[in-house]
Design a protein around this ligand. Sequence first.
Ligand SMILES: C[S@@+](CC[C@H](N)C(=O)[O-])C[C@H]1O[C@@H](n2cnc3c(N)ncnc32)[C@H](O)[C@@H]1O
Length: 296
Amino acid sequence: MALFGARTPLDLLRDYRKRLVTTVAPADQMVLRFDAATMARIGEKSWEDQYFRVGEAALRAVVRAMLLAEKTDLASILDLPCGHGRVLRTLRAAFPGARIAACDLDAGGVEFCARTFAAEPVHSAVDPAAIPLTGTFELIWCGSLLTHVDAARYAAFVRWFLDRLAPEGLLVFTSHGRWSLDYHRTYPYIAEDRFEAIVADVAATGFGYRDYPGQAEYGISIALPSWVARLVEGHRDATLLAYHERGWGHHQDVVVVWKKPIDVPPGLERPRPAIYRGHYDKFALAASAGSGTSER
Ligand SMILES: C[S@@+](CC[C@H](N)C(=O)[O-])C[C@H]1O[C@@H](n2cnc3c(N)ncnc32)[C@H](O)[C@@H]1O
């Protein structure tokens, strides 16, 4: 029972279970289909245990992001890629009244999510610029997509997501980080020669990617936290709220980006005075002194 009837996002972690729909699509690629020996080697009891635990771990990451942003509810959510709803089902159960858009390249997954979790179906495209989606969202959850694309597509998706966030909305995405460099030794992500090439690129630049054999533009990426932070630093309309290594079920890193401009001083946020132009703009003006501008 919450104090004085007040609810916090942490209450969602208990309450969502009452509403959780547990129907799993036969075609769900996220169901582990390993023999008993492999399950034991990776430390899993059963596919059900792993599947629902990972779904809840995503909700936990969202709840942590809400606490940091001091949000108590979310009215609109985009889950991209939704797959067959391993995570979307937890979001639906936690936010029963929210508009939830389910977006994936897998048409069967999108339709399953629409039917089973009352989501709005959105059929995706490989290039984010071609995704037919309108409106903005208070939360965008992106689990295990940027872990499979090269640096250019990773960056393009982050920009595209930021453009689809409502003011002060939250982008929560996952990334393979430092732990993934070790985890590959237990649970290989990709053939060894490709993995070694990724590791060499990570050492040199902070980011590495190789296609899966036989697949173009889809494979395994690994990014150091510093590479991801530098990417976010390039967006002045956003604030890096959290970088949680292994924050999704002790595996993938979780990055939380807030759609809140970095140059808004405390106390001046609402309404943002038109006269205030921010430190960076002042520096830019100093640099262009004599160019004839009279703005301050
Ligand atoms: C590893 S699965 C993760 C699915 C889901 N997030 C989950 O955790 O269960 C990756 C998903 O990304 C989808 N995908 C790949 N490229 C995509 C794109 N450009 N737009 C939307 N979905 C994409 C695949 O179809 C697949 O369902």
